[in-house]
Design a protein around this ligand. Structure first.
Ligand SMILES: Cc1cc2nc3c(=O)[nH]c(=O)nc-3n(C[C@H](O)[C@H](O)[C@H](O)COP(=O)(O)OP(=O)(O)OC[C@H]3O[C@@H](n4cnc5c(N)ncnc54)[C@H](O)[C@@H]3O)c2cc1C
Length: 504
């Protein structure tokens, strides 16, 4: 169906509510598979329904009239308030407004949902900031498609996720050299109405929950890989699209009390298969063009805006971990031991360092295209490199603080319902300021972020969501001001010679 510009009439002021989001994805024909079966309705299935509710809660926050100033701005197209996540920043003030809105959303999930609607919206903001990058020598069609899509989705407050990495099959070969050549998602056919995509893409976090999935490649492409050099969007209920979810941690958690985080914030990750999926031309932004496919990440603010959102979210999560750590130390009566406060101080220094890097990204915002700013890249890539090391370190220190307390816990909330078990739990699992239920509650919360399967996935996520660490380091290498260092070295070398100090 062709995209026509129209703001959804159901939305008061162009801001989507949680209920409207749920209505939109309910029984919409999307094909999500888990545990050997196709999910009938994502909004009621036990593996997904709590995550759907968590996303809906975000839309309720952004559409709440009391949050209008914080969470919205005026659409240049409709003159109505629309979600702040779609705002193209023109200056540092805009960057801060964006940060405050992202932070508010992240606080709602304790930073535990990475691909909330503000993540990929950040990439679209970056692309829409510099649509010229999408123009080909022949015409502006792709740039026009992109801008139209951006405006429609902004004014309809849609939720887009993305898959930009191919599956791990044989990384020693280029995409077109895989056997057969249509293993990785790419163009297999072209018609006057659109294109056909066939193949798979690795991980769509949140794709089961979103309205659209964006398919592109950030992996470097070689000559011959043109069929994969694309950027397209596909509705999650498009015929032929198959979303294969990994195991659900929400489902494996026995109760909210026992797994308070996994049960509510498991955004799920999926292998996304495009089985001859038709994409109309209006939803194609890059078509078989290796140069544009590469430039869209680096010659626009897409990569920096999307990852800046991720850093703001991570800082909220680290704050949450710090709060948990301090409370556990207090509960166990060890907070005043110098070794413990020193450990907490060391942990806090890392959390503060990442917060500082987010501030630095804003403070060093610079013009990326006419009248549009992007977060400073040096601070951005420094944060991406560091997060992969800092996050596991913080988890490890939390484990140290928790000791065996997180293991010596009742098997489930049901133990509290059995009077005999309860009396022993009440007697032996407690602390001066914490009764048994409070103590167990806090330690189960901690375990769900340091030790459960959900926690393990989070550790993998923070290491890899922005690409593998070796790639993040090479981006940092590109972004760092080595020229400044080189000038200093030159000045030092010029300052002396065989005769001693060189006084000019
Ligand atoms: C929880 C989670 C959620 C994710 N969500 C999304 C998502 O929503 N959308 C999306 O598009 N992607 C997503 N990803 C995928 C993510 O982008 C990739 O995992 C990431 O880019 C790394 O690619 P890879 O997993 O293929 O690792 P690989 O590229 O295969 O690398 C794995 C390891 O192999 C080694 N290695 C490989 N190549 C080299 C080399 N050239 N030089 C040196 N060492 C090398 C390194 O040790 C590297 O860490 C997600 C990943 C995770 C773990």
């Amino acid at each position: 169906m062709a995209l026509s510009y129209m703001a959804d009439k159901r939305f008061t002021n162009g801001l989507r509510t949680g209920e409207q989001y749920i209505d939109d994805i309910k029984n919409d024909g999307r094909r999500v598979f888990i545990n050997g079966e196709q999910v009938e309705d994502i909004t009621t299935h036990p593996s997904f329904c709590e995550a759907v509710r968590s996303i809906a809660a975000l839309y309720d926050i952004s559409s709440d009239p009391d949050n209008r100033k914080l969470m919205s701005f005026i659409s240049p197209k409709t003159d109505c308030p629309v979600n702040r996540i779609w705002q193209i920043p023109k200056n540092i003030d805009d960057m801060y407004l964006r940060k405050f809105a992202i932070e508010r959303w992240a606080e709602e999930t304790f930073g535990l949902m990475g691909r909330t609607p503000d993540h990929v919206a950040g990439f679209f903001v970056g692309w829409a900031s510099n649509p010229k990058v999408f123009e080909t020598e022949e015409n502006n069609q792709m740039a026009d498609n992109l801008m139209r899509f951006f405006e429609v989705e902004r004014d309809n407050d849609k939720y887009i996720t993305y898959t930009i990495i191919p599956p791990q099959i044989d990384r020693s070969k280029s995409m077109h050299q895989q056997d057969p050549s249509d293993l990785y998602a790419g163009v297999t056919e072209e018609t006057s109405d659109g294109i056909i995509i066939h193949g798979a893409q690795m991980l769509g976090t949140g794709t089961a929950l979103s309205d659209y999935v964006c398919l592109s490649q950030i992996t470097p492409l070689n000559t011959g890989d043109e069929n994969y050099a694309i950027n397209v969007v596909v509705p999650c209920n498009a015929p032929g699209l198959k979303i294969y979810s990994r195991k659900s941690y929400a489902l494996s958690g026995s109760s909210t009390f026992d797994y308070p985080l996994a049960s509510r914030y498991d955004e799920t990750d999926s292998l996304v298969v495009f089985d001859n999926v038709f994409v109309p031309w209006e939803q194609v932004f890059v078509f078989k063009n290796i140069k544009i496919c590469r430039d869209q990440w680096w010659k626009t603010s897409a990569h920096s805006m999307g990852n800046h959102q991720a850093q703001i979210r991570l800082c909220v999560k680290l704050k949450f971990l710090m709060g948990l750590s301090k409370r556990i130390a207090e509960m166990n009566g060890v907070i005043n031991l110098p070794a413990v406060s020193s450990l907490l101080g060391e942990m806090a220094s890392y959390a503060a360092m990442l917060e500082g890097l987010v501030e630095a990204q804003i403070a060093t915002s610079n013009e990326i295209s006419e009248g549009v700013v992007e977060p400073g890249r040096q601070a951005l890539y420094a944060a991406i490199v560091l997060q992969a090391e800092v996050y596991p370190k913080i988890l490890n220190w939390m484990r140290e603080l928790c000791g065996g307390g997180v293991i010596q816990l009742p098997s489930s909330y049901l133990d509290f319902k059995n009077p005999e078990i309860r009396s022993d739990i009440d007697r032996y699992i407690k602390s001066p300021e914490y009764n048994s239920e409070e103590k167990v509650k806090l330690l189960k919360l901690a375990w769900d972020i340091i030790g459960s399967e959900f926690a393990g996935r989070h550790e993998q996520y923070e290491k890899f969501y922005a690409g593998p660490p070796f790639v993040a380091k090479s981006r940092m290498y590109q972004a760092y001001d080595f020229k400044g260092g080189d000038d200093l070295v030159k000045s030092a070398l010029d300052g002396y010679n065989l005769e001693g100090v060189n006084r000019k």
